[in-house]
Design a protein around this ligand. Sequence first.
Ligand code: URA
Length: 433
Amino acid sequence: MRMVDLIEKKRDGKVLSQKEIDWVVENYTNGTIPEYQMSAMAMAIYFKGMTAQEMADLTMAMVNSGDSLDLSAIEGIKVDKHSTGGVGDKTTLVLTPLLAASGVKVAKMSGRGLGHTGGTVDKLESIAGFHTELEPDEFIRQVREIGIAVIGQSGNLTPADKKLYGLRDVTATVDSIPLIASSIMSKKIAAGSDLICLDVKVGSGAFMKTVEDGRLLAENLVAIGNAVNRKTIAFLTNMQEPLGLAVGNSLEVEEAVNTLKGEGPKDLTELCLTMGGHMLVAAGAAPNFETARAKLEQSLADGSAFEKLCEFIGAQGGDVAMIRDTSLLPHAPHIIPVKSERDGYIQEITALPIGHAAMLLGAGRSTKEDQLDYAVGIVLDKKVGTHVNAGDVLCYVHSQSTDIPNVIAEIHEAFVIEPQEAVVEPLIYEAIG
Ligand code: URA
């Protein structure tokens, strides 16, 4: 086979066979195919797309480029959950103990944040001592014993995706649905769970800007999962504003703890109960959605979901005292109110500038090497749809310094305030799969 022929075939809109896709991925990963030819292939895929079969083949070729976790030693259905990236998205911290408290085993692989979206591993590491470097046998033992473990993305999982993602980042080929879908699914499949739940965020601060694009991505993710025998469900959810109120690592842990005590923000609680309810049904742990949701609500009310969080944090070396008393988590010395400059209704709290503001404070990374400040962040005081007058507090900035004009400017840019009543988008647009 010659790479130039395969590039030409895709450029002309023809379908690549499984053998051809395997050959491309294998030889790109081992360095035989140079970056310039793979760039041309990525661009051809960007313009000509891929069939469902090609996407499934590309996904499996990337899975087979490295190691996969074998979770067969854990009895029952193992579930995993993935979000395409949101601001204030601490769903994993709430949903995974909720599921585990209802008897569903969660074997989760999570990443660190880069840019304006936070990563679950960073949030968890704001708890002193918590670590995600578990050996595969420790990971499996913990899932068997307490029903939940979270591991960082390490080792030799999907090296082809790692290399191709780096190339896409510098060749303007990131936002191609076949490439995004195969990239996400390759990592989820290599991580070994039987049931994969995907939260596809839609909005100006998300990868997918419109419901139509989000739906297309979600449908393709589900189609890939089903084609390779992994039960996959996806939710299209709204990023018209950050999820919940807190943005920033220890602030988000505190909000997750409050949510597990039944005292969390409405949107975060609702998203976790809805996704969790569907996951319990798909995992066979409840006969229908109503029963599943009632079971999850019960585990909030009786404290068992919160106790499961404590058990999980303790098992991975975290200081459980910080969970039982969140005043022990890192806190910033200054809490600065940001006030509205005009009267009107909040139309949108744009996720991108809020995420940038949090990053400027030190809660996120602009390069992989940046050290995080776990204490800092933003806590919203108002959400979309609320009427405010000039001078009303919009949010509070938790900061190491009071001299933060760039942060304040980003926050004012994020709050879109206009005289007419706001159109409040639904939290969950639809469930797919
Ligand atoms: N997330 C991924 O893992 N891959 C992509 O291509 C885009 C988002």
